[in-house]
Design a protein around this ligand. Structure first.
Ligand SMILES: Cc1ncc(COP(=O)(O)O)c(C=O)c1O
Length: 439
């Protein structure tokens, strides 16, 4: 065996010890553990690209507001389930200023991260009409949302949207929706893991389909305004974060604080429900909840039974962070633009060394540089590539777990990689390329 940047006998031994049958199929957490063990045994630092976690400090305004709120004694009191007025009001302002949408404060509800937001949304949206018992995921996607479907015993269908961009999306959606069994369509935009972004044309297609087939759109905006090709950072000024809500009233948006404010640890986000959907009545909901009204079922049926609201102090933090960006006192997009800068350099290093970007276009445009990118190496399937890269001190995840049809692809998250690691990344990939072109 050739000598590799990370001693190959140790990597092989640690893989064997890990008891993971096929490293290429390991879960993210198994991989994290394996990489940790290899780093410990070799003393070598990996280029860690497997976890989708923030790599920047939390927005200080949130931390300060949370401490102040705790010192004022709010921790002894249950928060309102539908959120404190401060966070509801600022969330409503935020959607006006950064999405150009009118969503009343009553329809903006804090959740324990978007993770809880999607769970609660599925509990209601996927059960609101007995004749529609299936969710459609526009993949690739965030695997946990499918786990949530398994937890709730809900059915879903999926397809890789990259094969159906532009007008082809309409034809594909029609072919699925005309069966009449879809309750909800789910996607993230920008997309985790591929970082593709729907164009206005595609969002319009999705919006029109939503109206035609009376289907709710769950738009996950975990990476809000992070398509850095357009500067969506100025409150009240176009361009705005693109959204399907411009084309349909039947929508629910998830806005997470985890990445945009690096506030992942406090687990808070906002669910913004279109006002028409919020007040709409669905008789089938009474089988599960005390009310047939969508919004009431989300708050007093789903969220009440899950956590009875969102941490009181985190709500004050989010209210303060949203107020600062709404008032134009803090430009959150400028802060996270750092990820785009890292991605631009890292993608070039990969391409210069024989790799290619798997999801690389939004219709006729190159995709943005942002939090994630996807890559492959000619002649290798993702599982083989993932394992081979461990010997070169590089970790990523396989696209196989995301509903992607690109069996050769891996996802890289740029958040934890700093500029001073780029030389190491370059030299490791150069050696990888050399070793794999010779053989
Ligand atoms: C697409 C998507 N949705 C939701 C989440 C979870 O967000 P939160 O931390 O607010 O629960 C993530 C986090 O990685 C994500 O990538």
């Amino acid at each position: 065996m050739k000598e590799t940047p990370i001693k190959n006998s140790i990597v092989a031994a640690k893989i064997a010890e890990s008891k993971v049958e096929n490293v290429g199929r390991a879960s993210i957490r198994e991989l994290v553990h394996l990489v940790f063990e290899i780093e410990k045994a070799t003393g070598e630092k990996f280029i860690r690209m497997e976890m989708g976690v923030p790599g920047l400090p939390s927005m200080q305004i949130g931390v300060d507001a949370e401490i102040k709120a705790l010192n004022s004694g709010i921790s002894s009191k249950y928060p309102m389930i539908d959120g404190i007025p401060e966070v509801k009001g600022e969330a409503s302002r935020f959607v006006k200023l950064f999405l150009d949408l009118d969503i009343p404060a009553s329809c903006c509800i804090p959740t324990v991260g978007s993770m809880q937001g999607s769970f609660a949304a599925f509990m209601v949206s996927c059960r609101k009409d007995k004749s529609k018992d299936t969710t459609l995921f526009l993949d690739p996607g965030f695997p946990v949302q499918k786990q949530q479907h398994h937890n709730l015993g809900l059915k879903y269908e999926t397809f890789d949207v990259y094969d159906y961009r532009g007008d082809k999306l309409k034809v594909k959606l029609e072919s699925i929706l005309n069966k009449g069994n879809i309750s909800t369509i789910v996607y993230s935009n920008p997309n985790n893991p591929s970082w593709i972004c729907f164009t206005e044309h595609e969002l319009k297609i999705i919006g029109e389909i939503s109206i035609k087939y009376d289907v709710t759109i769950l738009e996950d905006l975990a990476y809000f305004a992070m398509d850095f090709r357009n500067d969506c950072s100025q409150p009240g000024e176009p361009p705005y974060q693109p959204t399907v809500a411009k084309y349909t009233d039947n929508y629910l948006l998830l806005i997470s604080s985890s990445k945009i404010f690096s506030y992942a640890g406090q687990r808070i986000g906002v669910m913004a429900i279109g006002k028409e959907l919020f007040k709409r009545k669905f008789p089938d909901l009474t089988e599960y909840f005390s009310s047939s009204s969508f919004g009431h079922a989300v708050v007093y049926g789903a969220l009440y039974s899950l956590t009875s609201g969102t941490s009181h102090s985190a709500q004050f933090a989010l209210a303060a962070m949203l107020k600062a960006v709404n008032d134009g006192d803090h430009n959150f997009v400028e802060t996270v633009r750092e990820y785009g800068k890292r991605a631009a350099v890292m993608k070039k290093i990969f391409i210069d060394n024989g790799f290619n970007i798997v999801y690389d276009r939004d219709e006729d445009q190159l995709i943005a540089d942002g939090f994630y990118f996807t890559f492959a190496y000619p002649g290798m399937e993702s599982e083989e590539l993932l394992e081979a890269l461990l010997y070169y001190g590089i970790s990523a995840i396989s696209l196989n777990i995301t509903g992607s049809t690109r069996s050769e692809g891996l996802r890289a998250c740029v958040s934890l990689i700093h500029f001073d690691q780029f030389d190491v990344l370059r030299s490791r990939l150069q050696q990888f390329n050399l070793d794999h072109t010779e053989s």
